[in-house]
Design a protein around this ligand. Sequence first.
Ligand code: MG
Ligand code: MG
Ligand code: MG
Length: 309
Amino acid sequence: MDNKVLIMGHKNPDTDSICSSIVAANLVKSFGVETKIVRLGNINKETEYVLDFLKIDAPEFIQEVKDGQEIILVDHNEKMQSVDGRDNAKVLAVIDHHRIADFNTIEPLYYLAKPYGCTSTILYEEYKKAGIEIDKTIGTLMLSAIISDTLLLKSPTCTKSDIEAVKDLEKITGLEANKYGLDMLKAGTDLSTYSSSEVINLDAKEFSEGEKKFVISQVNTADIDDVFSRREELEFAMEKEIADKKLNLFVFVITDIINTNSKIIALGNEKELVEKAFGKELDDLDSMMLEGVVSRKKQIAPPILEVIK
Ligand code: MG
Ligand code: MG
Ligand code: MG
């Protein structure tokens, strides 16, 4: 067991999970709590762009936590997205911007949740409140996370608080959000070096509702057709995940970050849930176009959860 408190984001970590872990570790350090930052999966290319830009090493990878380990969670709370062994760990704090599901603790904890576009926006406000300086590095980490989660403030998850934070962080970092952000987002769209099974797991989140278990996986692109041209091998990988994890449904979302649309591919014995959720039929290629849809959290998961209920 680690003597230090472990601080971590979700499995298949995204830029918010990694950046907010570092930002949160620095915050709690100023309150006298020593932490070790860890990650629950590979660093994606978008996050790699940020870490390279700042010349910061990626946090250490861990698979599970031992009984009694003290942990702080950022950017998630759902058990299926969290570290293995969490049930017997001691959760000291959660800082998150998602729905709350399957979350129980034995002891009291700090729980900070706001319906903002990004965990880093919540942390930004905590820094301000505590009067702690946001230096260029911390500011760039926050800015990167907010740009990533809100797709450069274009996602419907984006709030006034996110926009205000970005304005201030541009001043602090001297970066132009539009320029830096597009370069960062584009770095994340390079899928050429990934196998199909890696592509569908890059940003996959598992959900359960009642008896049903499903995955919604998302990739960003500047060209939907380019990703869709790999449909056959991607479907093969999706079918394998469905069999291995006994899923009822696998939804693969290809999001166009320039035009803010998504094309989805749905497979599984409950794929008609998707048709009900969006009031639209899947075409012969198990796919449908969703205009103006970019947010899994706000536009894709809720209608599917709704029809399951
Ligand atoms: Mg996240
Ligand atoms: Mg997030
Ligand atoms: Mg995301």
